[in-house]
Design a binder for this molecule. Sequence first.
Ligand code: 5RP
Length: 155
Amino acid sequence: MRIAVSSDMDEPVAGQVVDELRRRGHTVLSYGALRPGDRKDWAWSAEAAARAVADGTADQAVVCCWTGTGASIAANKLPGVRAALCADAYTARGARRWNDANALALSLRSVSGPVLGEILDAWFDAAASEDADDRDNVAHLAEVEAGVARGGRDR
Ligand SMILES: O=C(CO)[C@H](O)[C@H](O)COP(=O)(O)O
């Protein structure tokens, strides 16, 4: 897969993300602190990586900042991007399965070497659920984004 990777900091963990993705056979497109000349700040770097997903340049993104929160918020501003901040493998698996997440947000502060590997394994091993309820939820996100969703009552 083509994975857009961004970081607002030139931290060793960001380099480990790139190395781990390449080791798994992915093509890495770098943004922010990982790409000379790019604006590094979290809002800009995560936007750039998420924009690559939104415009089809990349299949998925991994967006990093110190907490992971700013990067996830920024990435979720791009159309069609569903970014999930994941601190463990269970959450990463669920984000892919139930949320059909296409951008993984990571905290550079809290993701250590072995945990990073576990998160990436879970993320890439999981697939989006075909369950009707799950698809309905994800479809609703697109409707909200398009401004055509109406408030619902519980079924
Ligand atoms: O976690 C972050 C945003 O959610 C940033 O990485 C953190 O705020 C540090 O940014 P800066 O170095 O620009 O102060």
